[in-house]
Design a protein. Structure first.
Length: 203
């Protein structure tokens, strides 16, 4: 359902009536409740409360954690797709190869993209195709590998001009070595927070 359709469907009913209907959301009211709950005082969660109505951020990691929604120059747009999209298409950008269904494990390996991946890492030797499809070992890390691969493919497709492939690599490199990524001085994201940001870039 489009936003326009939702508005048409809501015609003739008061806000108080709609307020109690399952699935109905009022971004302004939700934001106020979110703030009152005291959750808007931490980096990632504060930005979640101030995300645009369409639910998509077009900010770099440093801008996202600060909650700054302003942009200079030409407004940026995100056309990012989820891991599910990339798992279901064999047309990948930048020369990256999806696994051939007839030949298991022949696609681009994770360490070919994230070149700092340690040989002792569980991610080493795994194909990007398997990761975006979801692997059990990745679940213990909030599927950070899955989301990083999807983000990398989005960036290669020029769908997230605010998020470079190098920044995505940096996320993994720092997280692998320190267990956290720093989007700006004094701010650190664990795997769950990295995933929160990357999910917020989807359209």
């Amino acid at each position: 359902m489009t936003i326009q359709d939702q508005h048409k469907e809501n015609d003739g009913r008061s806000s108080s009536e709609l307020k109690h209907e399952p699935g109905t959301q009022f971004p302004g009211e939700a934001r106020r409740r979110f703030t009152k709950a005291g959750l808007a005082t931490t980096g990632v969660l504060m930005t979640m409360a101030s995300r645009p109505v369409l639910g998509c951020t077009t900010q770099s990691p440093s801008g996202f954690q600060s909650g700054n929604q302003s942009h200079r120059g030409v407004p940026q747009t995100s056309y990012a797709c989820s891991p599910c999209y990339w798992a279901g298409t064999t047309s990948w950008p930048g020369g990256l190869k999806h696994d051939n269904p007839d030949k298991k494990n022949n696609g681009t390996k994770f360490q070919e993209v994230f070149t700092d991946c340690s040989k002792s890492s569980k991610y080493y030797g795994v194909t990007c195709s398997d990761l975006v499809a979801g692997l059990s070992f990745d679940s213990s890390n909030y599927y950070v590998g899955m989301y990083l691969v999807a983000a990398y493919l989005n960036s290669l497709s020029h769908w997230t001009p605010f998020l470079t492939t190098q920044k995505i690599r940096d996320m993994f490199t720092q997280w692998q070595s320190k267990g956290k990524f720093s989007p700006s001085p004094g701010v650190y994201w664990n795997a769950a927070q990295i995933v929160t940001y990357l999910k917020a870039t989807w359209t």
